[in-house]
Design a protein around this ligand. Structure first.
Ligand SMILES: NC(=O)c1cc2c(N)ncc(C(N)=O)c2s1
Length: 318
């Protein structure tokens, strides 16, 4: 086979396996069986061993980590990550909505989303390529964990469009992975993690990225910080654009038009909370129109156009 033909075969196999991995890790909708994926993956491993010149950074074989970092560099957030004001009752949501309506002079629709109990992350892409991943830190300066985040299978290394954007979301450990990890640690006489959030944080802050790669972390992205060429006018449209670009977006969101509708959504997901495969600690409510978010702006520490409703602490399981 000519060099050109070998290159094409290896690149095609890398692209094909990435498509299967996207379906599995991002869409939660596998196209082929695990056995079939493993067979093709082993074929790629062998081909890349025989022809290392054709190993591209976006090859699925590069997801397994292996870099051992000396430490984490600082990552400056040009666009700071904000924190949210909290609400603990329907009455506080009514006050929030009244404040929004008073400031704008009219009623608004809200996008309601699940508040994922994980670790805030910021992902930067240049011309469609993943170039930097960082923790929130204090909102202005975080830690550069790019090499660790390269091992998180639901984070695309290449976007569907060659655009430059920055997005934010949550990295989390699914409940089942958390249970399996703690069982293994207990058997090995290691200290167990208190909750999936701590387990995700500990896994992302591993200097040996091979360990991060084995922790089955996942993500939900929910904010566009730097829009680049994206032209969207609502939070809902922004989420749909992120999904089209290849990011994992949470499907359990709802545009609501009143506090009563928001409260119905909150009660529904308070009910469903224990059946979700990941932990949530509340609901995030955002003014849906992005232009109205800009009009409302921020207080010193938080947006005026969003609020986090926190679920009451779970009753200890009796
Ligand atoms: N601190 C924040 O701004 C947020 C934190 C979170 C979180 N932990 N989960 C989901 C969302 C969301 N869907 O917007 C947000 S927003």
């Amino acid at each position: 086979m000519s060099d050109r033909a070998i290159e094409e075969k290896i690149y095609a196999l890398q692209d094909q396996l990435n498509e299967y991995a996207h379906a599995y890790y991002v869409k939660d909708a596998p196209i082929i069986t695990d056995a079939e994926y493993d067979r093709l993956y082993q074929e790629l491993i062998q081909l890349e061993k025989d022809y290392p010149a054709y190993i591209r950074s976006q090859s699925p074989t590069q997801r397994v980590g292996g870099v051992v970092l000396a430490g984490f560099e600082k990552a400056v957030h040009e666009i700071p990550l904000y924190s949210l004001n909290d609400a603990f009752s329907k009455e506080e949501l009514i006050v929030f909505d009244q404040r929004v309506q008073k400031a704008l002079g009219h009623s608004v629709s809200y996008e309601c989303e699940l508040k994922i109990d994980g670790l805030s992350i910021s992902l930067k892409y240049e011309n469609g390529q993943f170039v930097r991943g960082a923790t929130r830190g204090d909102g202005s300066v975080g830690e550069n964990i790019t090499e660790n985040l390269k091992t998180v299978r639901s984070i695309p290394m290449t976007l569907a469009e060659p655009i430059s954007i920055e997005v934010r979301g949550e990295c989390y450990m699914p409940k089942q992975s958390f249970q399996q990890l703690n069982e293994k640690r207990e058997e090995a006489g290691l200290e167990t993690f208190a909750n999936p959030r701590n387990a995700a944080a500990g896994s992302l802050r591993q200097l040996d990225t091979k360990i991060t790669a084995q922790r089955n972390l996942s993500t939900f992205l929910y904010t566009v910080a730097e829009f680049g060429p994206l032209e969207v006018s609502t939070q809902e449209a922004a989420l749909q654009s992120l999904e089209a670009l290849g990011f994992k977006i949470n499907p359990h969101r709802r545009v609501c038009h009143s506090v009563d509708e928001i409260w119905a959504y909150i009660e529904e997901y308070h009910e469903k909370r224990s059946s979700l495969p990941y932990e949530i600690d509340g609901i995030v409510i955002k003014v849906n129109q992005l232009a109205l978010q800009d009009e409302l702006g921020f207080t010193v520490k938080a947006p005026r156009w969003a609020i986090a409703y926190k679920f009451p602490p779970e009753e200890a399981e009796t």
